[in-house]
Design a protein around this ligand. Structure first.
Ligand code: NAD
Ligand code: AKB
Length: 312
């Protein structure tokens, strides 16, 4: 990776990934792009770019000699369910545009899939790497289609397209952008400001989760790993912890004993969460490129509370 392009760089993952990449590879070598302005801690080049605009992507890649693209621009699960046609347009046309530019300019490509690529017929516990994928949401359909497109571009055109199936990501720098797992971020702000949180998922909704520093390491480690060791290359299951809102609240109460949680279930997001796995098996990622998370639930909660407090 010498010259790197990040799409969706102003979002929850993109803002932190861009900063880490700029620290490691030089700010001048990491080109952040998004529809909305960047908030990156480390300044560097930024383009206002809609990923549906194929000629604009191609021009940025060409003039800056880009060799690696982290393609993060997308609509997330809850927003996608409210705007399914727009979600298909952004998630699929955006991806095929970056795959095409990767083919014509020999770029490596990172594509983040999600636990949403699975559906209710997938085994919910110890979810295998290779298993049935029949998602019932527009977001999930775009993710499983994206996984297949990346595999196709690798087999058909040799594009080095790699990717992860991320679980819900928890971070303190940028607020999440309209997903089903957003409660696991919102709860920290509520715990610190009002000592109470009204959760939109049921108390017993168990989902895989990961702290952002691990998510950033996973993306960079996969993209810099030895290609000859990758049997799957793309759509690796990765997880760091798996918990329910009730368990997360109990961990927060160890630090803030007066914190309380109540449940006002949102039927749309509850139905989405109920169709996702509860705990993925990520042994393929561990074996093929050495994936290992650093943060478990107690370590993540401690760090999140410290970071969110410092922003108040
Ligand atoms: P986010 O919503 O925080 O950020 C997405 C960014 O994409 C936003 O800054 C938005 O302005 C931008 N964007 C939207 N439409 C665009 C367009 N047409 N052109 C250019 N930019 C556009 O999302 P995120 O959490 O940072 O997620 C990034 C990627 O990771 C997505 O593909 C998402 O599906 C995937 N992912 C995220 C999580 C998570 O928990 N955050 C989990 C699994 C997978
Ligand atoms: C969402 O909830 O949409 C995302 C995801 C798990 O893909 N956080």
């Amino acid at each position: 990776m010498r010259k790197i392009l990040v799409t969706g760089a102003s979002g929850q993952i993109g803002s932190e990934l861009t900063t880490t990449l700029r620290n490691r590879y030089g700010a001048e070598n990491v080109f952040a792009t998004d529809k909305k302005p960047a908030l990156n801690e480390l300044p560097g080049p930024f383009y206002c770019l809609d990923v549906r605009d194929a000629p604009a992507i191609s021009q940025i890649v060409e003039i800056n000699n880009i060799d690696t693209i982290f393609h993060l621009a997308a609509l997330l699960s809850a927003v996608a369910e409210q705007k399914p046609q727009q979600a298909w347009d952004v998630n699929m046309n955006g991806l095929i545009n970056v795959l095409e530019v990767s083919r014509t300019h020999q770029c490596a490509l990172f594509f983040p899939s999600s636990i949403a690529a699975f559906g209710a017929e997938t085994p919910a516990m110890d979810t295998p790497q290779d298993t049935i994928q029949r998602p019932t949401t527009m977001y999930g359909i775009s993710k499983v289609s994206g996984e297949l497109l990346c595999d196709y571009y690798y087999r058909r055109f040799g594009v080095d397209a790699r990717g992860l199936r991320y679980p819900g990501l928890i971070s303190s720098k940028t607020l999440p952008g309209g997903g089903t797992t957003d409660y696991a971020v919102d709860i920290f702000y509520a715990a610190i400001t009002s000592r109470h949180y009204d959760c939109f998922l049921r108390a017993d909704t168990q989902l895989d989760m990961m702290y952002m520093p691990d998510a950033i390491d996973a993306a960079i480690n996969l993209m810099t790993s030895d290609s000859t060791q990758l049997k799957h290359r793309n759509a690796f299951n990765v997880t760091a912890m798996s918990f329910t809102p009730q368990q997360l609240a109990a961990e927060i109460q160890k630090h803030i004993p007066e914190f309380t949680i109540a449940y006002s279930v949102d039927p749309l997001r509850q139905a989405i969460a109920d169709s996702w796995p509860r705990h993925m098996n990520d042994s393929a990622a561990r074996t093929e490129w050495g994936w290992q998370a650093r943060f478990d639930l107690p370590a993540m909660v401690k760090d999140m509370l410290e970071n969110v407090r410092s922003t108040k």
